[in-house]
Ligand binder design. Structure first.
Ligand code: PLP
Length: 357
C-alpha cells in the first residue's frame, strides 16, 4: 500500500455526464477540463470523455497537450490568446477559441494563416471579468462576420457570476441581457456552467459548459454532489503511519492548538499540505479510518495530519485512511476548510500518485 494516492473513477465520470444530459437533454456538452481537469489529471479525464461533444480548457498549452495525446474532439480555449503567434498556434492545433476583447478582434482581423478560425465571441453580461461590452457587440459581430478566415456563423457565449447563489435576480438579469442581445443572431449560444445548468431552464441553450459536476461535486456550498445523484470521481487515500496513546490534557501538533479532554489514542496519517490536504482544514473535520469517521485534530503539517482514534480503537499502522471521495464528500471537507471543493481538488500536488479505476 502507498501513502497519499488518489483513485480516479472513470465510470463515475460517464455517470455524471449522463446526469448532465438529464439536466440539459437538448444541449450539447462542452466538458470543462481546465487546470489539469480540476486536479484529476487532464489525460485520464479526457480518455473517459470519448463520447463528448467538446471540451474546454483555459490555456493554449492545455489544448496542445490534449492534441499531443491524440484527443481528436473539439477543444475550446476559454482565455483565448494575446498575440498573433498564439492565434496561429491555436489554429494549427485545431483549437476553437474564445474572443473576449476588442484587442483580440484586431488580432483575428490580421490573421493570415491557412487554417480557418472557429470562434466563440464572449459577451460581458455583468460579471465584468472577460467579455466584450454589449454596446460594442453589433459592430464587433460585423467585423468578425466580414472575416473570410473565420468559420461562420460565429458562436456566442457569456458566463454567469452568481449562478451558485440562492439570490437569483443577478443570474436572471445576466441571462436576459445576453439573450436580448444575441437572439436575432444566428450561431450557437452558450451560457451555463454547472450551477446554472442545474438551476435555470432559461440557461439551457445550444451548449452547456459543466465543470465541477462532471467530477461528481456540487457547485452549491451547502449541498453535496450525491444530493443530485452525482458520483465523486476522485477519492483521496493514505494510511496510518503511527498510533499512540496520549493522556488527558496533552496537546498535539504544531503550536499545541489541540488539547485532549480525555485519555485517547492518536493516529498519524501520511498526508499533509504537501500533498494538497489544506492547512486551513479545522480540527473536527471528518477523516475515515478503515471506513469509520474520526476527527482531524491539531494543525495540518506538510506531510502528516493527526486524528483522534478514541481509546477503544483497534486501528493500527498501515490501515487505510480516506480523506475525501468514496464515503466522505470533498464538499464537507471544504466546509471545514473555509474554501470551496474546487480549490481542494485543484490543489492536489505532484507527490500524490494518481491511479485509474
Ligand atoms: C470554469 C468554467 C466553467 C465551468 O464551471 P463549473 O462551475 O466548474 O461548472 C464554465 N464556463 C467557463 C467560462 C469557465 O471558466
Amino acid at each position: 500500500m502507498k501513502a497519499a494516492y488518489a483513485l480516479i473513477n472513470q465510470d463515475a465520470i460517464r455517470h455524471n455526464i449522463q446526469k448532465v444530459r438529464e439536466f440539459a437533454p437538448n444541449s450539447k456538452i462542452m466538458a470543462v477540463i481546465k487546470a489539469n481537469a480540476y486536479g484529476h489529471g487532464l489525460l485520464t479525464i479526457s480518455q473517459a470523455l470519448n463520447q463528448i461533444d467538446a471540451v474546454a480548457v483555459a490555456r493554449l498549452d492545455e489544448g496542445k497537450s490534449l492534441r499531443k495525446s491524440g484527443f481528436s474532439h473539439r477543444i475550446t480555449i476559454l482565455e483565448g490568446f494575446v498575440s498573433q503567434q498564439e492565434l496561429i498556434d491555436l489554429a494549427q492545433n485545431n483549437l476553437d477559441v474564445v474572443v473576449h476583447s476588442i484587442e483580440q478582434v484586431r488580432i483575428v482581423e490580421k490573421y493570415q494563416g491557412p487554417e480557418k478560425l472557429s470562434v466563440w465571441l464572449k459577451i460581458n453580461s455583468g460579471m465584468n471579468r472577460l467579455g466584450i461590452n454589449p454596446l460594442e457587440f453589433a459592430s464587433i459581430y460585423k467585423c468578425l462576420k466580414a472575416c473570410t478566415h473565420v468559420v461562420q456563423p460565429i458562436s456566442l457565449m457569456t458566463h454567469l457570476s452568481s449562478a451558485d447563489s440562492d439570490e437569483n435576480s443577478v443570474s436572471i438579469q445576466q441571462i436576459n441581457r445576453f439573450k436580448n442581445l444575441v437572439d436575432s443572431y444566428p450561431g450557437e449560444k452558450s451560457i451555463a456552467n454547472s450551477a446554472a445548468l442545474m438551476t435555470y431552464q432559461e440557461a439551457l441553450t445550444d451548449w452547456v459548459r459543466p465543470g465541477i459536476m462532471i467530477y461528481g461535486v456540487s457547485p452549491f456550498f451547502e449541498k453535496d454532489g450525491i444530493d443530485f445523484g452525482l458520483k465523486p470521481v476522485m477519492s483521496l487515500y493514505s494510511q496510518l503511519i503511527s498510533v499512540k496513546k496520549i493522556a488527558k490534557g496533552e496537546s498535539v501538533g504544531y503550536s499545541g492548538t489541540w488539547v485532549s479532554n480525555a485519555d485517547t489514542q492518536i493516529g498519524v496519517v501520511a498526508i499533509g499540505y504537501g500533498d494538497g490536504y489544506s492547512r486551513y482544514t479545522r480540527s473536527g473535520a471528518p477523516v475515515l479510518v478503515n471506513g469509520k469517521r474520526v476527527s482531524l485534530i491539531g494543525r495540518v503539517s506538510m506531510d502528516m495530519i493527526t486524528v483522534d482514534l478514541g481509546l477503544q480503537s483497534k486501528a493500527k499502522i498501515g490501515d487505510k485512511v480516506t480523506l475525501w471521495g468514496d464515503g466522505l464528500s470533498v464538499e464537507e471537507i471544504a466546509r471545514y476548510s473555509n474554501t470551496i471543493p474546487y480549490t481542494l481538488l485543484c490543489g492536489i500536488t505532484q507527490r500524490v500518485k494518481m491511479n485509474k479505476v
